[in-house]
Design a binder for this molecule. Structure first.
Ligand code: XIL
Length: 749
């Protein structure tokens, strides 16, 4: 039910879509709430004011402006000591004429700096002088006219360490406190902020940003709040509870918290579905802003999709703002407007969701979105475009060796959706030989689906042998499975009778694809049983379940159905020879896993064909050293892309206690420099097919430890393009670099 996302009295989304061709009769955004409750802002470029429509819509809808570029160094101090305020002045005049506030952006940043600054070689003293002069001149120029300043922008790196900027390298971290001090001296009435991206939740970077403002405040530095940019991706699940917790801790310090650069980009076309997902996310952000007093600014990074930085910065992405390229309001606009109206009318009753314990959640749940309509089971792939396809990733039949077989032999992927209380699924299967007539049943080629509503609930294992419906089970549900296309496609519907709706629920789940290639034989003949998770093939005992999440109103996983035992395992190894050398004999006893999920493709995480790229990995330990081997099969090796991360490489994500690090080794090279403590080495075979590593970790011994973990294999096949695939052993949205979506590595004693 799409209108479930909308509280009573608000327009249901589909209706909103229908009327989205105009601003309708409702009030413009800036007129809904008084200025002390919430300012609604837009970034803009001065030159666009000349366009009548632009100026008109801007001043009608918004009461706060941020210069998208005009107050950055390259614009305002293009030559040393030569200031050019022409564009920025025009913008401030426009704001004043139209009763709008201004958020100045940004006094200190490491991007869009003039050449003289970038290229010049300055001593620490000179840099301090340059910075002081700039801040005092610029903030002084606008004294009394700019209410808010982003004083320092993006001082932290993705892991929450200091970003190695021109300022950090030249001055040290004190540049931050000094910048605030100078801005305050230049305009004592201006309110001053630290602004950054990926800081909205409780990731290591968000925690570091919080610690930074807290520390500045404790030192008596004039700082009034933090800004979080919120350049987000449509279709992602907002971690609302974490964002709420983060706002609360800022509120407790008496600081303001601004949403400074919101946009929610869409990959490919702006389909109705993508626009609806985007609207839901905007709505969720607006709810947070309305719920918390500390959030008194909500700014979008641009007025209209006609002028947005997104397509220039993110190839293939666009449509991130509230108004489309014709200045027409999108579903997101109506969603935001409806929430603001509820607040005005004293009908805003939303509460943030309860925060989940992320401990015990070792794996992202498989997400089963609500289907726009009930899908028929007649093999219409187009009905499944709103769901994500996940690969069958691990073979659980071979004990510790859980690698995928050759994709010439068997491979597959699945997608899930729900409507009401029905779970729908679609499996696509590529198999060279189909066996479906042997005894016992489970030795046949089949799809099995495992479900469990919660810890103390019964579980079910449904099996459909290729060509047949699910065999009946004593479970309070109706279940139907249909095969198509000679066993290439299987579609199913399972309706548990004991719930009215699956919306908002998290269930235990697993799905398996069995493959037997030897006709006429009996026991133990399957060559593989593939699951999307690792395990001991004991789903049939009600064990080794993964989770499936059915996003409801809050789009947030709010419960753990039962403790998921699922982890990756490292056993003790005796590694002989020099650190980083590889001897297959040392690794016989270890677990061996596939790189199976391509996290670069949000619609289909299954890996590319093995002829293009595939790989596997093994880890082990000795004392406090993590040892590992990566096996890589790649047709084209690219290592000369200008961005390190776009090259063929292996990345390792490790979180030990609160310490998080991302390590990267480009094919043929050692780990890149990183200030994380400990010794480490990575070595590649000459042909790039084997990489072995050793990483010392900040613990006494790893025996019995559990750490946050992920590992990725990146593949680029053309240096002029970006990566084609980044393969992980778990599903996710490629955000492990922020310390999120880590899985668990268990050091078996
Ligand atoms: C972007 C502008 O939108 C672009 O026009 C420009 O080319 C680059 O900068 N975080 C910030 C903003 O703080 O200043 C950036 O703005 C977007 C990311």
């Amino acid at each position: 039910m799409l209108n479930k996302h909308f509280p009573k009295g608000a327009k249901p989304l589909l209706l909103a879509l229908a009327v989205s061709s105009s601003f309708a009769q409702a009030d413009p955004l800036r007129e809904i709430l008084d200025e002390n409750t919430l300012l609604i802002g837009s970034a803009m470029m001065t030159d666009h004011i000349a366009e009548k429509k632009f100026a008109e819509v801007l001043k009608t809808e918004f009461n706060l402006l941020t210069p998208e570029n005009e107050m950055k160094w390259s614009y305002i101090q293009p030559q040393r000591g030569v200031y050019d305020f022409s564009k920025a002045d025009k913008l401030v005049e426009f704001a004043e004429k139209n009763g709008m506030e201004v958020r100045g952006h940004a006094l200190v940043w490491h991007i869009q700096n003039p050449e003289w600054l970038e290229e010049g070689e300055f001593t620490r003293e000179e840099l301090l002088e340059i910075l002081e002069e700039h801040i005092k001149t610029v903030a002084g120029h606008y004294k009394g006219r700019i209410k808010y300043w982003d004083v320092v922008n993006e001082a932290l790196d993705d892991a929450g360490g200091w970003r190695e900027t021109i300022w950090y390298k030249g001055i040290g971290e004190e540049y931050i406190a000094k910048a605030f001090q100078w801005a305050h001296e230049a305009d004592p009435d201006a309110l001053l902020y630290y602004n950054d991206y990926s800081t909205e939740g409780t990731t290591p970077k968000a925690n570091a940003a919080y610690r930074l403002v807290k520390q500045l405040q404790e030192q008596g530095v004039p700082i009034h709040g933090a800004g979080t940019q919120l350049h987000l991706i449509s279709g992602d699940i907002l971690r609302t509870a974490n964002i709420a917790a983060n706002i609360e801790r800022h509120e407790e310090l008496g600081l303001e918290y601004h949403f400074t650069e919101v946009d929610i980009r869409i990959q490919g076309d702006a389909t109705d579905r993508a626009l609806a997902e985007q609207a839901t996310m905007y709505e969720e952000l607006m709810k947070l802003a309305l719920h918390y007093d500390a959030v008194n600014v909500f700014t979008t990074w641009g007025l209209t999709d006609k002028y947005s930085w997104i397509p220039h910065w993110f190839k293939g992405w666009d449509h991130g703002l509230l108004l489309d390229k014709q200045y027409q309001p999108k579903p997101a606009y109506h969603a935001v407007q409806a929430q603001m109206e509820l607040k005005r009318d004293d009908k805003f009753e939303w509460q943030p969701p309860v925060r989940i314990a992320t401990e015990n959640r070792y794996l992202q749940a498989f997400v089963s979105p609500e289907a726009p309509q009930r899908p028929s089971l007649n093999n219409d792939a187009s009905l499944w475009q709103d769901a994500t396809y996940y690969p069958f990733a691990f073979n659980q039949l071979e004990g510790r060796d859980q690698r995928l077989p050759s994709d010439q032999e068997i491979s597959g992927k699945f997608a899930v959706m729900y409507k009401g209380n029905t779970l729908y699924g679609r499996v696509e299967r590529e198999d060279n030989i189909t066996i479906n007539n042997v005894e016992p049943d489970y030795e046949n080629d089949s799809v099995e689906v495992f479900l469990r509503a919660g810890k103390d609930q019964p579980f079910v294992q449904y099996r459909a042998i290729v060509g047949q419906d699910f065999a009946p089970q004593g479970y309070d549900a109706t279940a139907k499975g249909v095969w198509h296309d000679d066993g290439k496609v299987f579609e199913f519907a399972i309706t548990p009778n004991f719930v009215d709706t699956l919306a908002g629920k998290t269930w235990g789940f697993n799905i398996a694809l069995s493959d037997n290639d030897k006709a006429g034989t009996e026991h133990g003949q399957r060559s593989s049983q593939l699951y999307p998770v690792t395990g001991t093939n004991s789903g049939y005992l009600g064990e080794d379940f993964a989770e499936i999440f059915f996003p409801g109103q809050n789009l947030e996983i709010s419960a753990i159905p039962f403790e998921i035992p699922y982890t990756f395992k490292a056993v003790e190894v005796q590694v002989s020879g020099e650190p980083g050398s590889y001897k297959p004999m040392d690794w016989l006893n270890t677990y061996h896993y596939s790189f199976a999920f391509n996290q670069l493709n949000r619609r289909d995480m299954s890996p590319p064909a093995q002829s293009d790229i595939y790989g596997s990995w093994q880890v082990g330990y000795q004392g406090n050293v993590l040892y590992g081997v990566v096996h890589r099969h790649d047709d084209v090796t690219v290592t000369n892309h200008e961005h390190d991360w776009e090259n063929d490489n292996v990345e390792l994500f490790l979180k030990v206690g609160e310490q998080f690090v991302q390590l990267r080794s480009i094919v043929g090279q050692d780990w890149q420099d990183n200030s994380f403590p400990g010794e480490r080495v990575a070595k590649w075979s000459d042909d790039g097919s084997v990489m072995s590593f050793a990483v010392e970790l900040p613990v006494e011994t790893l025996a019995g430890e559990r750490i946050g973990f992920n590992i990725a294999l990146s593949d680029n096949d053309d240096a002029s393009e970006g990566r084609k695939a980044q393969l992980y052993p778990v599903p996710g949205t490629n955000s492990s670099y922020l310390g999120e979506e880590l899985t668990v590595l268990d050091f078996v004693r």
